[in-house]
Design a protein around this ligand. Structure first.
Ligand code: GLV
Ligand code: MN
Ligand code: MN
Length: 413
């Protein structure tokens, strides 16, 4: 065991307190850039300062808290995650990685342990990407992988993300300067809830993450013919919502029955003009595919386009499929997996290897440094939902493994 130990009571109290920012009976509403997000960020910064860290905000709006190391020539080891939530979300997704990182630094300070490397705790901007449809924004800014569409992103009301970025002291005009160079960070370590059922079912307290899923995100624009719902014969219709429904079922079938890729989800739909007495003339459907193997995503892409062409021909509608987000999967190196396994053993906790079906800031950071992820069980495998829950013991276990992992990474060559 390390001389320093995390405090379960303190960690779980900070998680509870953070969970008040954006709380609603229907789940967490701490979407990026909202007043609740700003309040949660302020709370995190107060804890960072209490743990003795210097705090700054980069042009991507990322919070960077830093504790200096004993060797001024060494690059920093970073820990972190995100504080934003999806609508009706849970209070552990992202929050555990941030509160866990701060708890680790507080524990080191309490025990007067000094490390060779500087240590950073990072809070990444807009990981979820719900509102502006651009996810992993802050971590991609730090990894230098933003795309032109990120700089001009707007929400459904046409509000520019750049204006909201200013609300959290970021600056889109200078966002490229958030990029960090390879070699600037010695490692990136992220603690996260699993968000799936594997650890809950196996009863194993720690997941050693083997890789993080790739994700391709689409909007389908289906254009039919709007017409009177009472007078248009059923045989003469070009109902965009009926065609959209066929497409939604195909997204599901491709991943389940056909197993073209691991998962496929249609999560948004808008019908226009949006009146029950009008045959829908246009529908927009948002959907995504995920897999660790990028070849499976390529296969799904080809399949959905050919399915859409068949539906369009059969129904006499036009279907345009636009892929607007393409995130690479990120394998975790065997060396970093070994380090997480060794950290679990030092904490006296059993572990098992698990892939991540959710996306994480670690997959951006893997592009510029050695990344590792620790998972803890999600009760019943529920996440992105008000029912998301990880026990206080599970959270503390994860934070203790994060501490051991940091100590091991600090001792590496
Ligand atoms: C992020 O939370 C995602 O995997 O959607
Ligand atoms: Mn999430
Ligand atoms: Mn998350």
């Amino acid at each position: 065991m390390a001389e320093a130990a995390v405090s379960s009571r303190r960690l779980n109290q900070t998680l509870e307190e953070l969970g008040r920012f954006g709380y609603s009976p229907d789940g967490m509403q701490r979407l990026a850039f909202t007043p609740a997000d700003v309040a949660g960020r302020d709370y995190a910064m107060s804890l960072m300062r209490r743990a003795g860290m210097g705090v700054r905000i980069d042009p991507g709006g990322n919070i960077i808290a830093r504790r200096e190391g004993s060797d001024p020539n060494l690059p920093a080891i970073a820990m972190g995650s995100h504080l934003d939530t999806v609508p009706n979300g849970g209070k552990y997704d992202g929050s555990l990685g941030v509160m866990g990182g701060i708890e680790v630094v507080q524990a080191l300070s309490d025990a007067n342990v000094s490390l060779r490397h500087p240590v950073e705790v990072l809070v990444f901007t807009n990981e979820e990407g719900t509102r502006f449809h651009r996810w992993l924004f802050g971590s991609r800014a730090m990894a230098g992988t933003l795309e032109p569409g990120d700089l001009t992103a707007v929400d459904d009301e046409g509000v520019l993300m750049s204006s909201r970025l200013a609300d959290i002291q970021g600056n889109m005009d200078r966002v490229q300067r958030a990029g960090r160079q390879p070699g600037e960070l010695a490692a990136y370590l992220e603690l996260h809830i699993e968000q799936g059922p594997t650890l809950h079912q196996s009863g194993v307290p720690i997941g050693v993450v083997t890789g993080i899923t790739g994700r391709w995100v689409y909007e389908a624009d289906i254009v039919g013919v709007p017409n009177h719902a009472g007078t248009t014969p059923m045989s003469g219709r070009h109902d965009a919502l009926v065609s959209a429904s066929r497409l939604v079922l195909e997204v599901q079938r491709m991943a389940s029955e056909l197993e073209v890729c691991r998962v496929g989800t249609a999560g948004t739909i808008q019908a226009y003009p949006g009146a029950v007495n009008v045959v829908p003339g246009q529908v927009k459907v948002g959907f995504e595919f995920r897999d660790l193997e990028m070849a499976c995503l390529a296969a799904a892409d080809a399949e959905i386009r050919s399915v859409a062409a068949r539906i369009a021909a059969r129904d006499g509608v036009a279907i345009d499929i636009n892929r607007f987000e393409s995130t690479q999967s990120a394998p975790i190196s065997s060396g970093m997996q070994e380090l997480v396994a060794a950290a679990s053993e030092r904490a006296g906790l059993a572990h098992q290897r698990v892939p991540s079906g959710a996306g994480h800031d670690a997959q951006s950071m893997a592009g510029i440094t050695d990344a590792a992820m620790i998972f803890v069980p999600s009760v019943d495998g529920v996440s992105h939902s008000p029912g998301e829950y990880s026990t206080p013991e599970a959270c503390a276990n994860g934070a203790q493994v994060l501490l051991e992992l940091l100590l091991l990474a600090d001792r590496r060559g």
